[in-house]
Design a protein around this ligand. Structure first.
Ligand SMILES: [Zn+2]
Length: 71
């Protein structure tokens, strides 16, 4: 039996066994329909800043008088 004639390099796990990762960076949080925001006129498209405590449908468009809706 010859000595030093191993079967392949000892150990294992050389380069190439890296674990993936670093994927899925969710940056850019967009505030959807939360408190605040904008109201928009469905008729002419005029947008107005939503007033807290005042629903958009209680606001009239300053241009055409149509009731605003939530953007
Ligand atoms: Zn309008």
């Amino acid at each position: 039996m010859p000595r030093g004639d191993g079967t392949g390099p000892p150990g294992g796990g050389g380069p190439g066994t890296g674990r993936g990762g670093g994927r899925g960076r969710m940056s850019g949080t967009k505030a959807g329909a939360g408190p605040g925001g904008d109201c928009v006129c469905p008729s002419c498209g005029t947008s107005a800043t939503h007033q807290a405590g005042l629903p958009c449908y209680q606001i009239e468009c300053p241009k055409c008088g149509t009731t605003m809706v939530r953007k």
